[in-house]
Ligand binder design. Structure first.
Ligand SMILES: [Zn+2]
Length: 330
């Protein structure tokens, strides 16, 4: 797989969204806000190559003498902040709770070694190679936010206001949403993964939950009154698109609770929900293993497993699904 460069969408009043050209693990949307007095990013691409491309696109839109000196990180998954190294010296802003998730995930170089060294004859190795092999973190230093906050934080950029709100655990522990009132826009991070008939997206993957918190986060996005919602992944939405996405979340939550009550183990519950194929246009259905696993942990009161343990289950279910589609092992 090779990665081509994404599109920049002009959302008006100095706000731009950079959308990767296709769906898939790690291909996240990013934002650029420009004023005559400064510029900032909302999230970064996953690796230095993609971040360099987004930087080149951003620089075309900066007035003379203006640099990008702040990065808002919607949450601490690498696909939203590991590209920050292309802006040395920038202030990197995240929630206090995001710090814990940084320690849960591997560092960029650990992840690079893991993907490069994985055995393609195993389902996990094949899965990591297929979905993460095109990224390059061989020289990516760990990114450490420089500003942590809890609750709300309001920033000013020239004539614009940027409102950050931290959320209870949802996609991860430590998510935030970015509201830009003048632009009537919200960058939601990964509490929303979008899909439209023209641009089908992927199944969401939620590491923390419970899903009721993810649904409440969507309510919070709608409560801003924003007309333009840039999700963490997938096409830009309007409020009706967010409501539709909340229907997806409610469905997965309802199925997880029913299967849990019936005594079905979590991975098997994910297999059954995948088998129901209620959202056949969405890619990466195996990510339901993560989301349903997170919901089960809340129902059971159990702790967070290691990320590799979770990904091994994801890869095994993907392998079964591919095998059943192709009529043989993929
Ligand atoms: Zn993401």
């Amino acid at each position: 797989m090779s990665i081509t460069v994404g599109d920049v969408v002009d959302l008006g009043r100095g706000l731009y969204a950079w959308l990767p050209p296709k769906r898939g693990w790690g291909l996240a949307n990013c934002g650029l806000l420009v004023s005559s007095r400064g510029a900032l990013w909302i999230d970064t691409p996953y690796d230095p190559f993609l971040a360099g491309q987004f930087l080149a696109e951003s620089q075309k839109r900066l007035p003379d003498g203006v640099d990008i000196d702040r990065v808002i990180v919607t949450h601490a998954n690498g696909d939203h902040f590991w590209g920050a190294g292309v802006l040395p010296g920038a202030e990197i802003i995240a929630t206090r709770e995001a710090r814990e998730h940084i320690h849960y995930d591997p560092t960029p170089q650990q992840q690079h070694a893991l993907v490069a060294g994985s055995d393609p004859s195993t389902p996990l190795g094949a899965y990591l190679g297929r979905h993460f092999g095109a990224f390059d973190w061989s020289t990516t230093e760990e990114v450490r936010p420089s500003t942590y906050f809890s609750g709300e934080l309001e920033l000013t950029l020239g004539e614009y206001t940027v409102q950050l709100s931290s959320l209870p655990p949802a996609h991860t522990g430590g998510d935030l949403i970015v509201h830009l009132p003048a632009q009537r826009a919200v960058f939601s991070g990964d509490v929303i993964f979008s899909s439209t008939p023209q641009q089908p997206g992927d199944h969401p993957v939620h590491w923390a939950g419970p899903l009721s918190n993810v649904i409440e986060a969507c309510e919070r996005v709608l409560a801003t009154g924003a007309e333009v919602i840039v999700p963490g992944h997938g096409p830009v939405l309007d409020p009706a698109g967010v409501r539709e996405h909340m229907g997806y979340l409610a469905y997965v939550r309802e199925r997880a609770h029913a299967l849990h009550a019936a005594g079905v183990p979590a991975v098997e519950a994910a297999r059954r929900v995948i088998g129901e194929a209620r959202y056949p246009a969405l890619g990466l259905p195996e990510r339901l293993v993560v989301t349903i696993g997170s919901e089960y942990r809340h129902l059971d009161g159990s702790g967070l497993p290691g990320v590799l343990e979770v990904m091994a289950d994801v890869a095994a279910v993907a392998h079964e699904t591919d095998a059943s589609c192709a009529g043989g092992p993929a």
